[in-house]
Design a protein around this ligand. Structure first.
Ligand code: PLP
Length: 370
């Protein structure tokens, strides 16, 4: 009997799926980038060739997100986790307080880190639930923020708990500048960059490989960056050196640039939003119409369109689901280590067919074990 190899769909939360065409281009260019005779991995970050890759990656990101001219764009290292502290080091000088909204795993870690190496008061402005039990999002109107705080930090899409702010808080006179962790949803839908003081995102969720962290910062906030901050952690130093203060993550930036071009070829973030909404809808519908076999406890208005968490009645059945789905080519569906259950990350690069294949399997699994 011949067993047909199934198509592989990668539901990893991060590092995560990349468009196949991007990987094929990288493969084709691996040994010889654009006639240079060598790989992007092996060229100086100060070479004209790499400077051009960086320049175009930034321009394409600006085009895709509609980033205004008064915002700077950096590709840093250290992941989103380094930003938890960099935003405080750079933006809270001379301020007494930063406001912090905790709605899940990542904003909770950010909250716990932001006060380190700083005297600033990290004020809990809003909290989304009990520890490990985040099922709803506190509306921005209810956040207890002070306009005199250095900023308010929140996470727009909680990758682990599967929650996403659909509505973007609007800046107003009662709101300090908004700092947003956009790691797991950047470029999944149109947003208005001008609503934010700082946007940051690790690339490895919805953009490219790990190693590059995008920071988009409103120019006037750079005045807050003290010269006493070591240059490697200082936004202003990176901006003044055009992102070349030290060696940037050249290869991840190159791949990210290929992903930006792929997104442009798909028509940009507006069509992405349509398809992302459809993928999420059919998956949540499958969960909600399973008669309670599959469970998602997040309030409907707070459900993430990027990371869909669900579980069955028992951890044993969840484990069986994870094992059997793997043999069907549906990969990396296990939930986060502290969460258990399942998590399907359905980022931009996940085709609709992948979600349909997952739903087919869910229904078949339920017929056998339901
Ligand atoms: C993955 C993730 C992080 C941590 O990213 P690192 O690059 O590992 O530091 C932070 N915030 C969110 C929302 C994430 O999804």
């Amino acid at each position: 009997m011949t067993v047909q190899t199934p198509t592989i769909y990668n539901f990893s939360a991060g590092p995560a799926i990349l468009p196949e065409s991007v990987l094929r281009t990288a493969q084709a260019e691996m040994f010889d980038y654009n006639g240079t005779g060598f790989s992007v991995m092996t060229m100086s970050h100060r070479s004209d060739v790499f400077m051009s890759i960086l320049y175009h990656a930034e321009q394409d990101l600006r085009q895709l997100m509609g980033i205004p001219d008064n915002y700077k764009v950096l590709f840093l290292q250290g992941g989103a986790s380094a930003q938890f502290n960099m935003v405080v080091m750079n933006l809270a000088n001379g301020f007494k307080r930063v406001d912090s909204v905790v709605t899940g795993n990542w904003s909770r870690i950010a909250h716990s880190q932001m006060g380190k190496l700083s005297d600033v008061d990290v004020h809990l402005a809003a909290h989304g639930g009990d520890l490990f039990n985040y099922t709803d999002l506190p509306a921005p109107e209810t956040w207890d923020v002070d306009p005199k705080s250095a900023f308010v930090h929140y996470c727009i899409n909680e990758t682990v708990h599967g929650l996403q702010y659909r509505d973007i808080p609007k800046p107003n006179d009662n709101m300090p500048p908004i700092v947003c962790d956009m790691s797991s949803e950047i470029l999944s839908r149109p947003i208005n960059v001008s609503d934010f003081g700082v946007i940051y995102a690790g690339a490895q969720k919805n953009i490219g490989p790990s190693g590059a962290t995008i920071v988009i910062i409103r120019e006037d906030l750079l005045d807050r960056c003290s010269d006493r901050i070591p240059d490697v952690w200082n936004y202003k130093s990176h901006v003044n050196k055009q992102g070349m203060y030290n060696t940037p993550a050249t290869y991840p930036i190159y791949i990210s640039g290929l992903v930006f071009r792929w997104l442009q070829s798909q028509g940009g973030v507006t069509p992405m939003q349509t398809i992302n909404a459809l993928k999420a809808k059919i998956l949540y519908d499958a969960i909600d119409h399973s008669g309670g076999f599959y469970i998602n406890n997040v309030q409907p208005q707070a459900r993430s369109q990027m990371n869909v968490v669900f579980h069955t009645a028992t951890p044993e059945l969840d484990e069986l689901f994870a094992q059997e789905s793997t043999t069907r080519g549906l990969r990396m569906l296990r939930g986060y280590k502290t969460m258990g259950g399942m998590r399907a990350s359905i980022y931009n690069a996940m085709p609709l067919q992948g979600v349909e294949a997952l739903i087919d399997f869910m229904q078949e699994f339920q017929r056998r074990y339901g």
